[in-house]
Design a protein around this ligand. Structure first.
Ligand SMILES: Cc1ncc(COP(=O)(O)O)c(C=O)c1O
Length: 425
């Protein structure tokens, strides 16, 4: 038997598995599981008929480019569509500042590959998106967390943390943010804070990576398009690298996303992408392009807002009913997630075994925190299960939490007896 570990590079040894993907594997093994784990869009929202029609037309074979290699930067007409969509959000982008990526996840990977030397500091929120944490860690960045407030990252702490690392002689290169309906918290960075973050990044000479896959999914009872104005829209010096995706609106299976950055950086990302996948799937890009050109995306988005808003409300009401005395969570104004805090001391990672027995799963909080905290938190995604399954899943989850708390109380009682300390502490 060959011991392949001996062949691994240091970077290969250090590769970080996604906690969310692992949960997906576990969920697949349970017959009746209700999974609040993955942030997947609901397949019932996919425009199957339209995709079938578009794909049928494209696959008649009249246009060989559909199944051919294409430009690394993406299908030119699709880039123009993204250019127009960005303009509608206040971002003026030249075509040579744009690139299609195979999911935003690839964009994050390319950012790490092109901009990070081992040990460079990337500042992230506490908590932050695990896929970005993995992409930057795999590029051997030093990830440093900054506390989050309800309107986004804490600016005073950001400044202090930055100063500390600069004083220690480290190169602080990037600040990674998900300003709209963040994964995992669902929070929205306030407009004033967005402006101040940009000013801070200019002063500190740090690049902002703005990851924005949920921008269209604001709930009309609680937010407006204006609340989601990208930081990039006010960036007149090329300080922000902006990423967005069609995964949460059309479908993630197309793997079509895009990034915008100054042209000189896009050239570098293009070169790095060449050695990653040569180009994003031509067929997928053409379907995405047709979906945009025919107005499908614009018709879909308001439907999705209402659809996910309803599921958010179902989950939030079920949580209030079943766990309102024990848990709290910020009210999400868009996106896919509810971020639930349990009483301090509950370890949501440890509680997963009990949850799996009850056939309900979630993502434990800790993987979202680069400082190892967050153990009493969990991310519940309401996007995929039906309303009925959400209600049933929250009931199961409430049983799990209560059983966990009872077990803890009992074991604390035993500890007290064992150590001879005062009962009822
Ligand atoms: C904040 C964030 N960034 C990036 C991604 C990756 O998206 P894509 O499917 O475009 O790779 C996700 C997916 O969940 C996400 O939540």
């Amino acid at each position: 038997m060959i011991d392949y570990d001996r062949f691994l590079s240091r970077a290969g040894e250090a590769l970080l598995q996604s906690a969310i993907r692992q949960m997906g594997v576990m969920a697949a093994q349970l017959p009746d599981v209700i999974s609040f784990a993955p942030g997947y869009p609901a397949p019932e929202t996919f425009a199957w008929d339209e995709y079938r029609e578009i794909a049928g037309e494209l696959l008649r074979g009249r246009d060989g480019r559909v199944l051919q290699y294409g430009p690394t930067r993406g299908y030119p007409q699709l880039l123009e569509v993204f250019q127009q969509r960005l303009r509608a959000r206040g971002i003026v982008a030249a075509i040579d500042e744009l690139m299609v990526t195979t999911g935003s996840q690839q964009g994050l990977h390319l950012v790490g590959r092109v901009l990070i030397d081992p040990g460079d500091v990337v500042l992230v929120e506490l908590p932050s998106y695990t896929g970005a944490i993995a992409a930057f860690k795999n590029a051997q960045a030093t990830l440093v967390g900054v506390k989050q407030e309800v309107d986004g990252i804490d600016l005073a702490e950001l400044d202090e943390v930055h100063r500390q690392h600069v004083r220690a002689g480290r190169r602080v290169k990037l600040l990674y943010l998900v300003p709209n309906f963040q994964n995992p918290t669902g929070l929205l960075i306030g407009l004033d804070k967005r402006r101040r973050l940009l000013e801070w990044a200019q002063r500190a000479d740090v690049l902002i990576v703005e990851d924005d896959p949920y921008c269209d999914l604001y709930f009309e009872d609680a937010a407006h398009a204006a609340d989601t104005r990208p930081i990039k829209a006010d960036d007149d010096e090329g300080r922000v690298i902006y990423l967005s995706s069609l995964s949460k609106t059309l479908a993630p299976g197309f793997r079509v996303a895009w990034m915008q950055a100054p042209a000189s950086l896009i050239t570098k990302f293009d070169t790095a992408k060449q050695s990653t996948d040569l180009c994003t799937s031509g067929l997928d890009q053409r379907i995405a392009y047709e979906a945009c050109r025919r107005g499908l995306l614009d018709r879909q988005v308001p439907i999705l807002r209402r659809y996910y808003q309803r599921k958010r409300t179902v989950m939030a009401s079920a949580l209030s009913r079943e766990l309102g005395d024990l848990a709290n969570w910020p009210h999400p104004r868009g996106g896919f997630f509810l971020w639930v805090a349990l009483p301090t001391g509950v370890d949501t990672q440890g509680m997963l075994a009990r949850a799996m027995e009850r056939q309900v799963i979630y993502v434990a909080g800790r993987p979202f925190f680069v400082d190892g905290s967050g153990s009493h938190l969990m991310r519940l995604s309401f996007s995929l299960p039906s309303a009925e399954r959400i209600e049933e899943g929250v009931r199961r989850l409430a049983d799990v939490v209560r059983a966990e708390l009872e077990a803890r109380t009992a074991s604390e009682g035993n500890d007290d007896v064992g150590h001879g300390s005062t009962p009822g502490r």
